[in-house]
Design a protein around this ligand. Structure first.
Ligand SMILES: Cc1ncc(COP(=O)(O)O)c(C=O)c1O
Length: 390
C-alpha cells in the first residue's frame, strides 16, 4: 500500500492519536526497515526499544510459527508451562522470586501499584512516590505517576495517592516521604523523560529509606531492561535489588507482553482472583519471550550492547562541537543527545536521509538501536547524522 492510500485510510477509520512519519513499512530485516515505496531505513529507534533483536530475527520467526501451530492462547484457568519457565528465567536473571504476566508496560505498572498498595495496606501506607520527567503509562492510574500534565488534560478525575518528588534530588525525597509512603516508582534510566540516569546517591537514598521506613522500591524497567544498558537490568548497575520490577517492550521483541517480577513475600499478598488478565502469559507470548532471552544469551547481546554502546558514544563525540548540543549521555545502547533547542528538525533531516531516530522531551534525541547492531551500522548512522546537522 502506498503512502497516500495509507494516509487516507488512517484519517477515515482510525483515531487521530499519533503523529506519524511518512513511512509505510513493507518488511524488516536486522537493523533495517524497507518501505512500500522501495526505500531502506536504518532503524535506531527499534520500535521504541522493542525490536532489540532487530526485525524478523530468524529464531523468533521460527518460534512464532512453531508455537502458533500448537496453540496461541490458553486461558489461565489451565496450566501454561511456558509461562512458568519464563517466570523461572526472569527470577534467575533478576534475583527476584515470582512473576506475573500481562500485556504492556502500563498494565505492568498498574499491577505493580496494586501489589505495593495491597502489601502495605495493613500498615496504612498507600502513597506512591514518583519523580519529575517520569513516564509509567497512559492508563488513568499510571497517568498519575507520569509527569506530564498535557497527558492528563481533560481525563480526570484521577485516583489520589500519588506524590511527586524531583528526580535525583535527595532532599526533595526526604522532605516528601511520610509514614503514608508505600512505594517509590522509579525508572533507573528515564526514557521518555529524556534519557536521565539515576545517580548512585539518589538510589542509595531510596534504598536507605526502604530499610528505615519499610517503603517498597518498584523499578520500572519497561524501557531500560532486558539487556539495553549492557546488563540484564539497569538496576544491576546500582547494587540495589528492587522489591518489584516491571517489564514489557523488549521482553517479547514485538509480541505484546508485560511482566511484574517481585520478591516472594510481596507477591504472596495476591491470592487467586485478586489480579488477572485474559491474555497475560499466554503460550505464544511467553514462548516467544523465552526465545528472546535465549537469543540474547546465545548471541551475547548484553556484551554487544556494552561494546556497541561505548563505540556509539565515542563516535558521537563529534556532536560535542555543535554549539546547540548541551549533553550526550547514556548507558549501553540507551543514549540521549540533549540540544539547547527543539530537535525535531534534526530528526526530520535524519529521516529524510533514511535514519530512524526520535526526540524525547522535545530537546533530546533518543538512540536505542537493536542490541544486534554492528560497528558498520553505527558508522552508517553517524555519517547520516553528520550530514543531517541542522
Ligand atoms: C519506562 C516506561 N514505563 C512504561 C511505559 C508504558 O508502556 P506501554 O506503552 O507498553 O504501556 C513506557 C512506554 O514508553 C515506558 O517507557
Amino acid at each position: 500500500m502506498n503512502l497516500e492510500e495509507a494516509k487516507n485510510l488512517e484519517s477515515n477509520y482510525v483515531f487521530n492519536t499519533y503523529g506519524r512519519f511518512p513511512l509505510v513499512v513493507e518488511k524488516g530485516e536486522g537493523c533495517y526497515l524497507y518501505s512500500t515505496e522501495g526505500k531502506k531505513y536504518l532503524d535506531f529507534l527499534s520500535g521504541i526499544a522493542v525490536n532489540s533483536l532487530g526485525h524478523s530475527h530468524p529464531k523468533i520467526v521460527k518460534t512464532v510459527c512453531e508455537q502458533a501451530k500448537k496453540t496461541i492462547h490458553v486461558s489461565n484457568f489451565y496450566h501454561i508451562p511456558s509461562q512458568y519457565l519464563l517466570g523461572k528465567k526472569l527470577c534467575e536473571i533478576s534475583g527476584l522470586d515470582r512473576a506475573f504476566f500481562c500485556n504492556s508496560g502500563a498494565e505492568a505498572n498498574e499491577g505493580a501499584i496494586k501489589l505495593a498498595r495491597r502489601y502495605q495496606s495493613q500498615k496504612g501506607k498507600d502513597e506512591i512516590m514518583y519523580f519529575s520527567h517520569s513516564f509509567h503509562g497512559r492508563t488513568i492510574t499510571t497517568l498519575m505517576a507520569t509527569d506530564k500534565d498535557k497527558y492528563r488534560a481533560g481525563f480526570g478525575p484521577f485516583p489520589p495517592g500519588f506524590v511527586k518528588a524531583e528526580f535525583n534530588d535527595i532532599n526533595d525525597v526526604l522532605e516528601k516521604v511520610t509514614n503514608k509512603t508505600a512505594a517509590f516508582l522509579v525508572e533507573p534510566i528515564q526514557g521518555e523523560g529524556g534519557i536521565n540516569i539515576s545517580s548512585k546517591e539518589f538510589m542509595k537514598t531510596l534504598s536507605d529509606l526502604r530499610d528505615d521506613k519499610g517503603i517498597l522500591i518498584i523499578f520500572d524497567e519497561v524501557q531500560c531492561g532486558i539487556g539495553r544498558t549492557g546488563k540484564w537490568f539497569a538496576f544491576q548497575d546500582y547494587d540495589i535489588k528492587p522489591d518489584i520490577m516491571t517489564l514489557a517492550k523488549a521482553l517479547g521483541a514485538g509480541i505484546p507482553i508485560g511482566a511484574i517480577v517481585a520478591k516472594k513475600e510481596i507477591s504472596d499478598v495476591l491470592k487467586p482472583g485478586d489480579h488477572g488478565t485474559t491474555f497475560g502469559g499466554n503460550p505464544l507470548a511467553t514462548t516467544v519471550a523465552l526465545s528472546v532471552l535465549d537469543v540474547i544469551e546465545s548471541e551475547k547481546l548484553i556484551n554487544n550492547s556494552n561494546n556497541m554502546g561505548k563505540y556509539l558514544m565515542k563516535e558521537l563525540s563529534f556532536m560535542k562541537n555543535y554549539p546547540n548540543v548541551k549533553d550526550i549521555r547514556g548507558i549501553g545502547l540507551m543514549i540521549g543527545i540533549e540540544f539547547e533547542d527543539l530537535c525535531s528538525d534534526f530528526v526530520k533531516n535524519c529521516f529524510d536521509n533514511n535514519l530512524l531516530i526520535n526526540c524525547t522531551r522535545d530537546k533530546v534525541i533518543r538512540l536505542v538501536p537493536p542490541l544486534i547492531v554492528t560497528e558498520k551500522e553505527i558508522d552508517e548512522a553517524i555519517s547520516i547524522m553528520k550530514k543531517s546537522k541542522k
